[in-house]
Design a binder for this molecule. Structure first.
Ligand code: AMP
Length: 278
């Protein structure tokens, strides 16, 4: 496993490898099994796989959240070594952004709902960092988890806007035994909170299995369930069209629907989503 910290070093190495395809997995570290599943998918489909570890300050709309974000590079490197990841890129902020970046992306209606609405500037920061990684690494494939489904949609829109030929691959959501979506942020939950947070998944499941009920009734059900838990604060719950990601108020369109939520559990912001089967 090769580990690089500078753009110059990794670019020189990549030129030397002459590999025909390169899979890229962007992470913010504090790696868990879901990150590893993205790496394994990339390994199956590419000659070489690069995993980046970079806590991108530009995508945090709250400074406190950035400061509290879990970091453990040593443990991350051990996990990557164990799965034979070819290349790890751990740049500093200065290496990623040597000059001031003030780029503004526009993603139309994707930028108006859910994560975009509740985390102003978040997707602009994601787009800035992903464009920069694509520029540095020039991957053929890039892997993103469906846990961050709206992010995946934004990145697909970004690649179109910047005329990139990178193939964007959406990967399944990995969950703990109790259904809680894996997340680096889960490290900040106590064992009890983790157990209790399984109810987010259970309630999403209930919603997805009750298309016989109205959309407003399901919204009320979800929010009421969350409110029953002390320390839970639901930021939003929406049922949206899977293509446009616009919230619906009643059933009836041709596309599938996805239920999305963000819930703060004792101040730890957790997101999840689930496709509603017709
Ligand atoms: P992060 O380190 O949180 O920025 O995540 C890095 C990548 O892993 C992103 O593409 C995420 O969508 C993906 N990811 C994180 N958690 C999960 C999960 N539970 N299931 C699937 N993908 C995930």
């Amino acid at each position: 496993m090769e580990v690089f910290k500078t753009v110059k070093e990794i670019q020189e190495y990549l030129v030397k490898t002459e590999s025909k395809n390169l899979g890229f997995v962007a992470t913010m570290g504090a790696l868990h099994q879901a990150h590893i599943s993205l790496i394994e998918l990339s390994q199956k489909e590419n000659e070489l796989t690069v995993c980046s570890i970079f806590v991108n300050p530009k995508q945090f709309n709250k400074k406190e959240d950035l400061v509290k974000y879990p970091r453990d590079t040593e443990a991350d490197l051990k996990k990557l070594e164990a799965v034979n990841c070819d290349i790890v890129f751990i740049p500093s902020v200065e290496e990623m952004y040597p000059k001031k970046v003030e780029r503004e992306f526009h993603f139309g209606i994707l930028s108006e709902v859910m994560e975009a609405e509740h985390r102003p500037g978040h997707f602009n920061g994601v787009a800035i960092v992903i464009e920069r990684f694509f520029e540095i690494l020039n991957p053929t494939h890039a892997y993103f988890g469906k846990k961050d489904y709206q992010q995946l949609a934004v990145i697909k829109a970004l690649t179109k806007q910047i005329n990139s030929s990178v193939k964007i691959v959406g990967c399944p959501i990995y969950r703990e035994k109790n259904g809680l979506a894996m997340s680096s942020r889960n490290e900040r939950l106590s064992a009890n909170e983790k157990e209790e947070a399984g109810v987010i998944n259970k309630t999403l499941k209930y919603v997805c299995e009750h298309k016989n009920l109205t959309v407003p009734a399901l919204k009320t059900y979800f929010l009421t369930e969350m409110n029953q838990h002390l320390n839970f604060e639901s930021e939003y719950f929406e049922i949206v069209d899977e293509i446009t990601l616009q919230p619906i108020q009643e059933w009836g369109g041709a596309n599938k629907y996805i239920a999305f939520t963000a819930v703060n559990v004792n101040g730890v912001r957790l997101i999840d989503n689930m496709t509603i089967i017709n």
